[in-house]
Design a protein around this ligand. Sequence first.
Ligand SMILES: [Zn+2]
Length: 93
Amino acid sequence: MYCRNCGEQISEQAEICIHCGVRAKNASVEDKPNWGVNLITLCCVPLVGLIIFFVWKNEKPVAAKSALMFFFINLGVIILFYIAMLLLGLLSS
Ligand SMILES: [Zn+2]
């Protein structure tokens, strides 16, 4: 096959182009939302989603964006929770 970046011929099994160092098209990296990470981000540690996004954004953009989305969902829920608590506090006083 040919490298999608520089056009040089590379091995069918090659994961990274030996000419330019760019990852080959049919690399074996599985890029899909990682539900384990998404679940941890959503229920326990939202920061995990943010860290995963920066770690994966080049190699696994789909999984990275999914993790980031759950980070923002969690962030939104936390903010709504605090607003609700604030409003309840104001109402009860
Ligand atoms: Zn190349």
